[in-house]
Design a protein around this ligand. Structure first.
Ligand SMILES: *Cc1c(COP(=O)(O)O)cnc(C)c1O
Length: 352
């Protein structure tokens, strides 16, 4: 996590770095994030209660709520704990106008530059700014937007350059120059943009933004996996041609094979929809998943790993088995795998 943060800083062109720690630091735990990202300029997340937890864990630098507050009762909490929040809609501005806060809060004013998720249009952003600026309990205002396709070099729909044109138009309409918060991981890794803040998330955990086939790998980006999901073989079956494996008997052996049973299933966060052949490392040898993933177990073909036995080590993703590759095979992205890591999985911190 420290290494990846340094990599993000190197790509940030002098911008300050919000380390994004939403979803329990992409499955890594807030306490670990506070230590791993001690050098970040701030931590950004979505959950108000987790933001409070970060303060309780001793984080004294800025904290940003990426979706801002959800209702009026969040506002005194933000003022009390010194939480910055994004402001993305009229309803939030109305709640702010109605509030009496003991301390000013800093905000990120969010502009919708074409993603059409959160934010004010470039036409509406100046009016939103004027209302915020008129409130005594609003401190600094930073202009923020989010890119839809920063990970796609030749995007035909809404390329980053188009979002930047709209951003510049909105920024110019405000009439005063505001600090900017722009890039996610893809922006940091693949674009040279100048801004005051960047907001990398997945890269800090050693994943790539798109994980697309043929895209630059995490390793080639200079990133290290921060999470390695390991287990071991707890049972072995030798089966003959025509025998089937697991629920639904999805897999049928074409010849004699050796089946390894791994103590890891969807209740641990391994994706149940992973198909036959999803790569798995057994004793450092690449093999593949067979049969349906069950709640507590999954099965692998050990035919290519003749030395494997009960107790052999298994790596589902992480060191030696890029999470992007597993995600691609399972039809998802590394983000989803990390975030889904279940609380029952014991976390062992590696010493370097
Ligand atoms: C999640 C999030 C990020 C981080 O995105 P990554 O692709 O993980 O780098 C940045 N900005 C906002 C607003 C987000 O919600």
């Amino acid at each position: 996590m420290q290494h990846n943060l340094a990599r993000a800083r190197a790509g940030a062109r002098g911008a300050r770095v919000w380390a994004v720690v939403k979803a329990n630091a992409y499955g890594h735990g807030l306490e670990r994030a506070v230590r791993g990202f001690a050098e970040a300029d701030g931590l950004a997340l979505v959950e108000v209660d987790y933001a409070v937890r970060l303060r309780e864990l001793g984080w004294t630098k800025p904290i940003l709520l990426l979706e801002g507050f959800f209702d009026a009762s969040d506002l005194p909490v933000m003022a009390h704990y010194g939480l910055n929040g994004s402001v993305h809609c009229e309803e939030q501005i109305a709640l702010l106008e109605a509030a009496h806060l003991p301390r000013a809060i800093d905000v990120h004013l969010k502009m919708n530059t074409g993603m059409n998720r959160l934010g004010f249009t470039p036409q509406a952003v100046a009016a939103a700014y004027a209302r915020l600026r008129a409130m005594p309990h609003i401190g600094t205002i930073t202009l923020m937007t989010h890119f839809a396709n920063a990970d796609e070099a030749g995007a035909t729909r809404l390329p980053l350059a188009q979002q930047m044109l709209r951003f510049e138009a909105g920024a110019a309409s405000i009439g005063t120059s505001l600090p900017r918060s722009l890039c996610n991981s893809a922006g940091v890794l693949m674009h040279q943009l100048d801004s005051d803040w960047v907001r990398p998330g997945v890269m800090l955990y050693g994943g790539t933004p798109s994980g697309a086939p043929g895209g630059t790998s995490a390793q080639a980006f200079g990133l290290l996996p921060s999470m390695t999901l390991r287990s071991s073989i707890i049972g072995i079956q030798h089966i003959a041609a025509g025998e089937v494996v697991g629920y639904g008997s999805r897999y049928e052996a074409a010849g004699n094979i050796k089946v390894g049973v791994v103590a890891c299933g969807y209740a641990d966060g391994y994706p149940r929809h992973a198909p036959e052949g999803t790569p798995v490392l057994v004793d450092g040898v690449r093999t593949g998943l067979i049969g349906r993933v069950s709640m507590d177990m999954l099965m692998v073909d050990l035919t290519q790993v003749p030395g494997a036995r009960v107790g052999s080590s298994v790596t589902l993703w992480g060191q030696g088995m890029p999470i992007d590759e597993v995600a691609l095979a399972a039809g998802t992205i590394g983000y989803e795998l990390m975030c889904a890591l279940a609380p029952r999985v014991p976390v062992v911190e590696a010493t370097q």
